[in-house]
Design a protein around this ligand. Structure first.
Ligand SMILES: Cc1cc2nc3c(=O)[nH]c(=O)nc-3n(C[C@H](O)[C@H](O)[C@H](O)COP(=O)(O)OP(=O)(O)OC[C@H]3O[C@@H](n4cnc5c(N)ncnc54)[C@H](O)[C@@H]3O)c2cc1C
Length: 440
């Protein structure tokens, strides 16, 4: 239907703050914490029931690398979250440092945000912005109490999808030249795994998967199988199966893929039970309450970080951090040709040696045409290749932290996102623990 209606109503102005943050994933959390710790009043609206986004509600089971093998790159908030999670796991935990028991991580985030004095509410969706000539005035939110508005001096988009920036009119790109996006994954939680037996068997799950394809086990023969990770003593988190063709900016697409992905999880249950040692008693106990989304909008900012910057290990005068994860673009179709290309890129070409990294300039956080909105996390201004690297959680802590600090500085100086000397931002970030080796 192409008919439109016009709908007008007065809604309460519920909060009037220095900094408004939309979305409380790793990027939004880092942004809100940083701005609040600089003494700014912050309101964070999170659509879901907890902080953490993909790493909690969507059940992504592990963090990718925080370091380049020599330097701790996600220093500052990233280091603090990792340390708090490690402490929450306890001294005798058998889990590796990067494993995410989601319930522990939810509590870590709750505690940090409460302690920093961030105002927030869950089940609160940002659904619109009021903006004039590239300047945002209010965000319009929906919660169980109804619609309300939040006025702020600075806005940070931590929605992962760049909702706020796109609705405020920022230009963006999505997928490759033909519109292909990385598939999503409905991550899952599995009980009664004999982790020791699995490890001791030393099997290659990928080979077993090919055997299962030959046996006609699956309805979709998807060769790309990230796999299972222990997230408890007898519990694993599954990053398995792909939602091909998912568009996370459209609830109709999300709905279709939730239904399809849930229907296919029993195929993985029987695959693991029958083919993989240690999983004979496997039981599916849950799947993500949020769809795992790898790629959607890339908001275009004052600079577009690109694959050449990855190749040259770029250094920028305005770099707010450095990162190193390989370019990891999951094939958008489950065919061997796409998978072979992915393997080659990931394993051989776009990967660094220890100690190597690329700079992230502040300008990837400043969307073109908007003066008081910053983007952070999965949707910052990059080409598709760099999105495939910077999108992982430690990268999101780096951009989130910088967005929070920049918003705080802008409010302090009564200016906009481009109105303060960038050196002040870098010095302030360094003081708060960020890794900035090129700051002279
Ligand atoms: C299947 C899968 C596997 C992955 N594996 C890894 C891995 O192994 N290691 C790793 O480090 N990274 C991994 N990643 C990447 C990483 O998890 C994400 O890219 C990262 O979490 C993005 O962080 P973010 O803060 O930008 O967004 P998200 O984590 O998506 O968080 C966004 C938050 O904003 C909220 N939100 C969205 N829209 C609105 C709105 N309109 N109003 C209010 N709130 C809103 C959401 O509820 C959510 O909480 C994986 C991702 C996927 C999907």
């Amino acid at each position: 239907m192409s008919e439109h209606i016009t709908y007008t109503r007065a809604i309460p102005l519920r909060h009037d703050v220095d900094v408004f943050v939309a979305g409380g994933g790793p990027a939004g959390v880092a942004a809100a914490l940083t701005a609040a710790r600089q003494g700014r009043s912050v309101f964070l609206a999170e659509a879901h029931t907890c902080f953490g986004g993909m790493g909690t509600a969507a059940m992504v089971p592990v963090f990718m690398t925080f370091s380049d093998g020599v330097n701790f790159l996600a220093a500052g908030i990233g280091r603090e979250v990792l340390a708090a999670l490690t402490a929450a796991k306890g001294a005798h935990s058998p889990l590796p440092a990067n494993a995410i028991p989601a319930e522990l991580l939810k509590r870590v985030y709750d505690r940090l945000l409460v302690a920093a004095g961030v105002q927030f509410s869950f089940q609160t969706t940002v659904l619109d912005v009021v903006a004039t000539a590239g300047h945002l005035e209010q965000a319009v939110c929906w919660g169980k109490s109804g619609l309300f508005a939040v006025r702020a001096r600075m806005f940070i988009d931590g929605t992962g999808d760049g909702d706020l920036a796109a609705w405020a009119g920022a230009p963006f790109e999505k997928g490759d030249a033909d519109g292909n996006l990385m598939p999503g994954t409905l991550c899952s939680l599995w009980a009664d795994v004999d982790v020791a037996a699995w490890r001791a068997a030393g099997v290659n799950v990928q080979e077993l998967l090919y055997k299962a394809f030959k046996d006609g086990h699956f309805t979709v023969n998807d060769p790309h199988h990230p796999g299972m990770w222990p997230v408890g003593r007898h519990v694993t988190g599954g990053n398995i199966g792909h939602a091909f063709g998912l568009d996370s900016t459209d609830e109709r697409s999300l709905t279709r893929h939730f239904v399809e992905a849930r229907a296919r999880l029993p195929e993985f249950e029987s695959f693991y039970r029958s083919y993989v040692p240690g999983f004979a008693n496997l039981e599916l106990v849950g799947s993500g309450a949020l769809m795992g989304v790898r790629e959607s909008r890339r908001i275009l900012g004052d600079y577009v970080l690109n694959v050449e910057d990855f190749r040259t290990r770029a250094v920028f005068a305005d770099e707010i951090g450095r990162y190193c994860y390989p370019v990891d673009i999951h094939p958008s179709r489950p065919d061997p040709e796409h998978y072979a290309r992915f393997e080659k890129e990931f394993r051989e070409t776009l990967r660094y040696e220890p100690g190597e990294s690329y700079g992230i300039p502040y300008r990837v956080l400043t969307p073109r045409g908007l003066d008081n909105l910053l983007v952070a996390g999965r949707c910052v201004s990059t080409d598709r290749a760099i999105q495939g690297s910077l999108r992982v959680m430690p990268g999101c802590y780096i951009t989130g932290q910088a967005a929070g600090m920049a918003a705080a500085l802008a409010v302090e100086g009564k200016t906009d996102s481009r109105g303060f000397p960038v050196r002040n931002l870098l010095l302030r970030l360094q003081e708060s623990g960020a890794f900035l080796p090129n700051l002279g």
